[in-house]
Structures are given as C-alpha cells and as structure tokens.
Ligand binder design. Structure first.
Ligand SMILES: O=P(O)(O)OC[C@H]1O[C@](O)(CO)[C@@H](O)[C@@H]1O
Length: 529
C-alpha cells in the first residue's frame, strides 16, 4: 500500500475539549455498523462503500475502449451533466490535467479538448460553446441517472441536433455515449432505440457518490489520466478506513471533530486549497456534504476558498468576522512542478530575500502563517494532506471524503443519501414552464409572483383591477392613475391602488351582507290584504 493521507486536527483542539469528540466514539461505532451492515436510513444507496473493490470489470474495459475511440476520432468531447453527474469528473480532470488543458496544442495534450455543458440553463454559455466547436470533430457523453434532469436534457437536445446535422443520423450514432440507469429512464430508452453505446450508473449509488463509476470514469479516461491508479487509490483507502475504532481511523476522526465543532456553533466549513487546480474538487465536496447533510433544519454549511487568492478578498472576514467558521485545508505535500524566484538586481519590490527559493516553499509558508493567524483569530483548522496530486492519492482522497460524509450524516442524525429538498425548485420551475400535470401549481405560483411584483404593465394593471385596458389608458392620460414611461411602455406602481382595492372589498362585503338581509316589511300592507 502506498503512503496514506495525513489528517491533522491538532489546530482544532483548542476549540473543543478532547472528551467532547472522544465521547462521539460510540456514535461513530454505530454509524460504522449502519454503513457496513446496511441498516441505516438510505441503506439502498451504499453501493459506493465497496465499489473500489467490486466494480464491474467488464464495463471498466468497455469504458477504456470507448475512451480510446473518442481520443482517436474526436477533437472535442462534450460532457453533458449536472451536479453529481459532472462535478467529480471535472474535479479529477482539473487536478490531474494541465491548468490550461483545453488551450494546449493537441500534440502536447494528446487527448481531445473536454468541455462540460448542461450544468446550467444559460443560452449565452451554450451559444459560445457552439462557436468553439466550429470545424472540429466532436463526441458527446451525456450523463444523467434519472435521464430527465432539465438542464442536461435541454443541452443534449441542442447538441444532438448539432451532431446529426454535422454527421447525419447514422454518423452521429457512433459519437454519442450515454451514461444512465441500467434499465429505466428516457436516456436508456433512447440509447436502446438508437443503438448508442451506454454505460451504467448502479442503482445503489447516488449522483454525488458516483465519480468512480462510469459517470466520472469515461471523461477521466478520455483525458488520458491513469484510471487504474485512481481505482487502486480508492481501494487502498477503503481498506485503510475499515477500522471502527475512532483512534485508528483518520477518516472517522474527521467526521467526529467536525461534528464536535458544529455542536460548538461552528456551522460553516470552509474547504481551502492553495492550488487553483482544486477549485472543482471543492465544488464536488460542497455537493457531497451539502446534499448529504443539509436537511431537517440541520447541517454544516459547506463553503470553499482558494488561498492565497481569497486571502485578498475573503481574508478579512475569515480572520475577523462572525466566529462560526472552521477551515479544512487540503494540502499537497510536494507540488507537481516547482519554479524558482529570481534575483532582481534592482530589488525594487524588496523581495530579493526570496531569491533562489521555490514558489512551492513560499506557498507552504503562506499556508503555515495563515493557519496560525486563523487559529489565533478563532478559526479551528483541520488539515488533510496528500503526498502528491496524482491519480492514486486522488482516488484515496475521494474515498476519504465519501466515507467521512456518510459517517458524518449518521452522526448528525440525518439520512445522508437522499435529497428531498432539491425537488422544491424543480416543481416550481416545471409549473411556471407549463409542464402538463402542474396546472394547479402554475396558477397559484403566477398569482404569487404577481402579488410580489410592484410595477405592472398596462395589461397587467387591467387584469389586477379587473378593468378594461382602454379604461386604464384613459385614466393614465387624465392623470388619475400615476404611471412612468420607460421609453417603451407605461409602468404602474400597483401600491397606489391599495386604498381603492380596500374600498372595493368593503363595498363587496356590504353588498353581500345586504343581499342576505330579510326583506323589510312594508308598513301600509296588512296581512289580511
Ligand atoms: O444524474 P441526474 O439524474 O441528471 O441528476 C443530477 C443531479 O441532480 C440531483 O438529483 C439534484 O437535483 C443531484 O442529486 C444529482 O447529482
């Protein structure tokens, strides 16, 4: 087994007494049992626990063959997916690849350019991407477990159409790779109908835990990264973090200490790196922990920062703002390359004391100085150190955080493997877009949106007051309705009708009450008449 990840929590111990987190040992033991015996909530989504040992070797070979094909027939691979269906691959590619991967000359990159799309609904982003594709040979890997997520589905429609126009219906079939559910969903159906090569997202692995399945592996393989080392790193981490005993398991120590800090009011965790290549690793980590723990009114808010960059923007807050933060620094012991600071005969910037020193050394001192300053400022610091940023250690790091997250979720008392909260925005968006079946919600939401809006157009005002448009225009001309003209149309502040609408409501109430009054007796008419 290669060298392990080093986890150091000594800079957090001033903020919790040892017994505060040692007392969590029995709960850690229970969480461990729930995870390994599959007895806890979310037990149907634990396929990732043994994945590094038990992955489908046949499919793994097929992924590598598909990657070789894409490398040979494509200048560009488009990876369509959102959330767990792209963040892991992007994180790994950024760390293992060149910082300017897509800009390198092809001969140097020796792999296709790779672009991620379908992770937003921006017309600008996708139009600009189409400009980049001009004249290039393109393949698509569309990744969606459900097969129906709006963002990737819209992008796939558009880009599949682009591909069919370029290569024809038959030619395009060899350039589309689907990663989705084994048997269900729109994408699976399409793949079967069209004969697209498809890969499986196992039923028992949720999106945010899926980077070491075909979800991450195909794009990663296309970039030329070492898949075997990535999987070996994860497999060794799985073996390393099997021990139930808190004292012997750094992965569980991370889960325990962050839980102890949370109980002391440290409810924001800042994942920090000193290498810009880790930016998307933080994004992956944020989804992992945010979607797993942020529920039932609980959870540490996962945030991230890049140092030393953000020390010049967020540094003030971290040092001196609300004391609810703790930091987890991912450190790479030996940088992949190093650069020496030169001597400058003029020493105009006064930095000649650094001449001959390596930038990696300067970065390390920035890190050490920052940890001390932040701890002094009341920010507990955790350290997760990997020896090098290579595929093996990255596989280990992914597994370390996945397992710590499962354990952490159980410690917190939530189901770390569901995400019910994500549905709320989706339901509203579908209703507002007029998806069949959402008619009632659409009317309700539109009424709420109108209620929230202060400035109305003439047509909206007419509807709001239940009066004809011509009447509103007339009253604007007479100056009885105040309106502003934005150069295009009249805009009317609806607050001016508050009094009028209140009067109308009272009138209606009075009319309604009057209608139910008994008919009064007529004095000059006698019963006997
Ligand atoms: O792979 P899918 O089904 O398109 O889902 C993508 C992402 O959307 C979510 O379901 C949240 O909406 C995530 O959990 C998931 O990673």
């Amino acid at each position: 087994m290669n060298q392990a990840i080093r986890f150091d929590y000594s800079n957090a111990l001033a903020f919790v007494r040892p017994h505060e987190w040692e007392l969590l040992a029995p709960a850690i033991g229970q969480a461990h049992e729930m995870l390994h015996k599959k007895t806890g909530p979310g037990r149907d989504f634990l396929g990732w626990v043994d994945l590094p040992e038990q992955y489908d070797r046949g499919e793994y070979k097929r992924i590598q063959r598909a990657a070789t094909r894409i490398q040979s027939d494509s200048d560009v691979l488009l990876v369509i997916g959102i959330g767990g269906s792209y963040l892991g691959a992007k994180a790994v590619l950024d760390i293992l690849g060149h910082s300017f991967y897509n800009l390198l000359p092809k001969a140097k990159r020796r792999a296709p350019e790779i672009y991620f799309v379908g992770n937003n609904i921006s017309p600008v982003y996708i139009s600009h991407l189409l400009d980049v594709l001009d004249g290039k040979d393109v393949s698509i890997n569309v990744i969606s477990k459900s097969g129906t997520t709006t963002e990737p589905a819209i992008a796939f429609r558009l880009l599949r159409d682009w591909l069919v126009k370029k290569y024809g219906p038959e030619g395009s079939k060899k350039r589309i790779y689907i990663t989705t559910d084994r048997a269900r969903g729109a994408l699976k159906k399409l793949a079967d109908e069209q004969g697209y090569e498809s890969f499986v997202i196992p039923d028992d692995i949720g999106g945010r835990y899926s980077v070491l399945t075909a979800v991450g592996l195909l794009p990663i393989a296309v970039s030329g990264a070492n898949l075997d080392a990535l999987m070996q790193g994860a497999a060794d981490a799985r073996a390393r973090y099997l021990k139930q005993d808190l004292e012997e398991n750094p992965c569980y120590q991370y889960a325990a200490i962050r839980n102890a800090l949370y109980r002391k009011g440290k409810n924001v965790e800042l994942l920090v790196s000193y290498e810009p290549q880790f930016r998307y690793f933080s994004e992956w980590w944020k989804q992992l922990f945010g979607e797993s723990e942020g529920k039932d009114g609980k959870g540490i808010f996962p945030a991230s920062a890049e140092f030393s960059t953000d020390l010049h923007s967020m540094g003030q807050y971290i040092q001196d703002g609300m004391r609810t933060l703790f930091e987890t620094v991912i450190s790479v012991k030996t940088p992949a390359v190093d650069v020496t600071v030169q001597e400058d005969p003029t020493d105009v910037d006064g930095l000649n004391f650094l001449s001959g020193k390596q930038m990696g050394f300067v970065n390390k001192k920035a890190f050490e100085g920052t940890v001390l300053a932040h701890v002094d400022g009341g920010v507990p610091n955790l350290l997760v150190e990997i020896p090098e940023a290579n595929a093996y250690h990255l596989g280990g790091l992914i597994y370390f955080f996945e397992k710590a997250c499962g354990i952490s979720g159980y410690l917190l008392g939530v189901n770390p493997f569901d995400q019910p909260g994500v549905e709320a925005y989706k339901a509203n968006m579908f209703a507002l877009l007029g998806k069949p079946g959402y008619e009632r919600q659409k009317a309700e939401l539109e009424a709420r949106l109108k209620e929230n809006k202060t400035y109305l157009t003439v047509a909206e005002t007419a509807e709001y007051l239940e009066l004809p448009v011509t009447f509103i225009l007339e009253k604007i001309k007479e100056g009885r309705i105040r309106a502003v003209h934005d150069g295009n149309e009249y805009l009317i502040n609806k607050d001016q009708f508050k009094h009028h609408l209140e009067e109308m409501r009272r009138l209606r109430e009075w009319e309604e009450a009057a209608r139910h009054e008994p008919i009064p007796e007529s004095y000059d008419v006698k019963d006997e008449d």
